[in-house]
Design a protein around this ligand. Structure first.
Ligand SMILES: Nc1ncnc2c1ncn2[C@@H]1O[C@H](COP(=O)(O)OP(=O)(O)OP(=O)(O)O)[C@@H](O)[C@H]1O
Ligand SMILES: [Mg+2]
Length: 207
């Protein structure tokens, strides 16, 4: 992963949430599978913010997330299109209370300059009735991305394929789903609480 700065600057610091869980993953498939497990618990209005450097695995996560929502078409980086839409065919009730999910939005904020540009994408409004969004570089636009946010930080782990993944629920939107979510990630030995800054050694926890 190489360090590089996107156009926008982060407007909030991650890691301040009451609910956090840390996973130590090895390989892109593990990241896709974790993303799919999370996707199976999303509801209308949810926005998942993906945070991590270039090559951290944000698009890889989005691919698994889309698969978990039943998307079968290829999911590619929306770096130039900014937002891609995928139709979902969810029976009502499949994802808990609220409207059935009809659209997945996959956005990438890397090339945007201002919060106004992020606002113009209309993500908060577009997810209101049957939508869910996964947003790369999402921390850069969090003030205008609506209340239903889950933050997923992808950090370096052990070796080129290791990643430390930290899930956080800063606004408590996942409060009633949190235990179930953590239980569904059991296979990857979730550690409740955010990782220390240097992360956990990948490979010590199960895949
Ligand atoms: N554990 C892992 N999780 C995610 N990706 C991994 C992992 N191990 C290796 N990889 C590889 O790292 C690369 C991640 O690329 P990806 O496009 O998903 O990153 P990105 O964060 O979206 O980058 P960008 O900031 O350029 O959009 C892929 O080639 C993927 O196969
Ligand atoms: Mg990407």
């Amino acid at each position: 992963m190489t360090a590089s700065s996107p156009s926008l600057s982060p407007t909030s610091s991650p890691g301040a949430s009451a609910s956090a869980v840390t996973l130590s993953l090895v390989g892109a498939d593990a990241t896709r599978q974790v993303a799919a497990a999370i996707a199976r618990r999303v509801r209308s209005g949810d926005v998942v913010l993906l945070v991590g450097d270039l090559g951290a695995g944000k698009t890889t996560f989005a691919q698994g997330f889309a698969t978990g929502l039943g998307v079968t078409e290829p999911v590619t980086s929306p770096t130039f299109t900014l937002v891609r839409e995928y139709a979902l065919c969810e029976p009502p009730g499949e994802h808990g209370p609220g409207p059935a999910l009809v659209t997945l939005f996959h956005a990438d904020l890397y090339r945007l300059d201002t919060l106004g540009d992020v606002e113009d994408l209309g993500i908060a409004e577009r997810v209101e009735d049957g939508g869910v969004a996964v947003v790369e570089w999402g921390d850069l636009g969090s003030p205008v991305l609506g209340p239903g946010v889950l933050t997923v930080r992808l950090e370096p782990g052990a070796g080129p394929d290791g990643r430390v993944v930290v899930l956080e629920d800063p606004a408590g939107c996942w409060h009633d789903r949190w235990e179930g979510l953590v239980a569904s990630l059991e296979r990857w030995a979730p550690v409740v609480g955010a990782a220390p800054a240097e992360g956990l050694p990948a490979g010590e926890a199960g895949r």
